[in-house]
Design a protein around this ligand. Sequence first.
Ligand code: KG4
Ligand code: ZN
Length: 419
Amino acid sequence: MNIKLCYFCKKFCVFSKRNFSVQSMVKYQRVVLGIETSCDETGAAVVDENRKIHGEALFSQKEIHLRTGGIIPSVARQLHKEKIDHVVTKAVLSSGISLHDISAIATTVKPGLALCLEVGLSYSLNLVKHFKKPLIPIHHMEAHALTIRLLHQLEFPFLVLLISGGHCILSVVNGVTDFLLLGQSLDESPGEALDKVARRLSLSKQAECSSMSGGESIEYLAQFGDKKFTKQNPPMAQYQDCNFSFSGLRSHYERLIEMQENKEGIQKGEMLSCAADIASSFQHSVAHHLAKRTQRAILFCKKEGLLPPLKTSLAVPGLHTRYGLKVVSGGVGSNQYIRQVLQNLTDDMNMSLLCPPPQLCTDNGVMIAWNGVERLCAGAGVLKNAHNIRYEPRALFGTDISERVQKSTIKLPPLKNIK
Ligand code: KG4
Ligand code: ZN
C-alpha cells in the first residue's frame, strides 16, 4: 500500500483516512482497537459492539522462547518492541477502519511481565495522544473470562475456569467488572507445570513438537500414551475449598522421569521410551485435579444460588433444566483432553459447557479489544486522560470469597464419568 498524507495529522501516516475505502469510513457506534503484550504474544485487533472482528494480527514469540527453554523477559520485551508497530498496523489496515474513526484504544496493563506490559502501554499512550482517543486499561484475566461473550450472547452470571501459563482461577462472572473469586492456584499454574514437564522430557527436540508450546506438545504426545501409566493421589483432596496446587504433581512427574531415565540408562535430554505414557498420565492428572475443584465450585454455586437455570438459547433442549453455564478459557483451555474431562463433569452435573476456539483461548488482541468494547458499553474504566496510568505486573482478580467456599464444607460425591 502507498502511504498517503494523513488528513488528520498532516503527516505521512498509515492510519491516514485516505488509506481506507469509502465504506470503511462508515461510523461504527463503538469500535475498539485492542493491544496485547503481557507475555509472549504481540496481538492487536479491531472489534465492534456488534461482535464483528474487523481486523486482527498476532505475532507469537513461542518458537523463539522454546529455543532458550523459557521466556527471558528482556528478550520478550525486545521482540514486542520490534513487532508491535507491524502488528498494530496490520490489524488496523486489514480492518479497513481508520484510527481516526475508532472509539477507544484498549490495552493490557495487568497482570503480566513488567518489561512486556511496558511496551504495549507506552505504544498505546502514544496512539491515544496522537489520535486523541480514550484509553481503556485492561486486566488480562478479565479479558480471558469475557471472551466467550464475543462469541455467544451469553448473559451474566456464569462460572468461569481460567487456566493459562500464569493463572488458574475459578470465578463467578456477575458483570463486566464484577467477578467473585472462588479459588485459585496456591503455587504454580497448570500451564507452567505442563511447560516444565514438557521441557524435562525435552519434547521441543521432537520434530513434530518443535514449534509447539509445552502444553501443546504434552497434548500431542499424550494421544499415543497410556494415562494409567502411573497413579498419583489428587492434590489437596483433604481441603474442602476450590483452590488448586500443581507444583507437587509436577515434582512427582519430574522424579518419575528421572527414575525412568536411570532405568533405561539414558541421559537427561534424551527421549524416554515411555515419554508418551508420562505425558498422557500427567495430562490426565492435571485434568482430573481441575475437574474435582471445579465440581466443588459448581456445588457451591448451586447451594448459594449463584447460577440461575439457563433461560437463553444456550440451554440444551432435553429432559432436564440446565443449571448455569461453565466457561473455560486461557491457553490451557485449548487442550481437547482437558475440555473433554470438563465436558464429562458438566454433563454429570447437568450444566452446559462453553469454550472459545483454541486461537481465542491463547493470548490474542481480539480478547483485549472485546473487553474494551464491553467496558465502553458499560461506561467502566474509560479514561479520557491517561497520564497517570501505570502497568501492574501483579494484580488481584475479583472479590475473594474463597473462605466462604471453604466454610461451606462441601464434600465431593464420586462422578460417573471421571475416574
Ligand atoms: O493464556 P496463554 O496464551 O498465556 C498466558 O496468559 O499465560 O497460556 C499459555 C499457556 C502455556 O503454558 C502453554 O503451554 C499452554 O497455555 N497451552 C496449552 C495448550 N496450548 C497452550 N496447554 C495444554 N494444551 C494445549 N493445547
Ligand atoms: Zn493469557
